[in-house]
Design a protein around this ligand. Sequence first.
Ligand code: SF4
Length: 369
Amino acid sequence: MKQTGSQHKLNGILEKADQEGRLEREEIVFLLGLTQKSQIDAVFETAGGLRYRYFGNRVFLYGFIYVSTFCRNQCNFCFYRSANALSERYRREAADILEAAQSLAESGVHLIDLTLGEDPLYFQEQGFEPFIQLVKALHQTTGLPIMVSPGVVPADVLSDFVRAGVSWYACYQETHNQDLFTRLRPGQSYAARIENKELACKLGLLTEEGLLCGVGESAQDIAASIEAMRLLDVSQMRAMTFVPQNGTPMQSWERPNPLRELLTIAVLRLSFPNRLIPATLDVAGLTGLQSRLEAGANVVTSLVPPGFGLAGVAQNSLDIADARRTTAGILPELDKLGMQSASTEDYLAWYVDRRRQIRCGLSREKIAC
Ligand code: SF4
């Protein structure tokens, strides 16, 4: 049967991606604009194949601890923006965090993500020393790699993180369209976020970048973000659908089409076959896991230990109290998909290899160094 022009073009792009050729902006835009189910499925299938090439049927699991929900900023999309009177604030004690982290470690996660808003306690009052001591203790107690997501911190604090044993620095730009960034994160510096990721990378931390889907970005913007991530040499890239939040300027925003996030995950996998791409539980909970993994994700993020009163981010309570956002909650789902949790050694091997690639100025090339 004769192929349509669109099908012919799709086949060419997917073949190129499968051979790990770099996709052009226009090709990424084309993929993000697909609407036919059979064509979208073909994109997911190629992305899934690339994930399998590098990671087999194994996924990594990340525990999530929201340390402080206080924040000095006013991001228009965020439930925890400082002006939101509906947001419940807490700042957890170190002992509680250590206990929650221990519970996550015992459940079999591969990493612990410590997230906080730009809490004035750290940024203006006490400084970061208490948090750095907490990170040290947590690293020693659990033996797990630590990711920190503290916002845009001073350069010396990034160096302190390295000394405290932190492995990852996450700092989400949300978009690389600077006008849109300013609308989403009013009063914040686009350049400062980028520069912090560059510095973190130079200091030896792996970095995570994040995109928010359905906030007015175009397919061109996502293609530009992929180029920006390549330049930043980020090691993990997250796409996440915007969830309108009560009490914020974007509370009445139309709920975005979930397909945008899934196609973005797939395009990220086609662009960065050997990197880590999250399937977040923070948008649709456990029910959203399968579609994200099928789109090419290989890390289940936002596992929250129940019983500690800890919050999520976009979904601050979904699936937490009933323990569905836990290792035990997701393992049966992985099993149904023919997937399983990776071993700690798998994670460490990926981490060591990725550090080597960055040190040697490589991206995905397998050159001995
Ligand atoms: S996204 Fe982060 S920096 Fe922005 S208001 Fe929310 S917690 Fe604060």
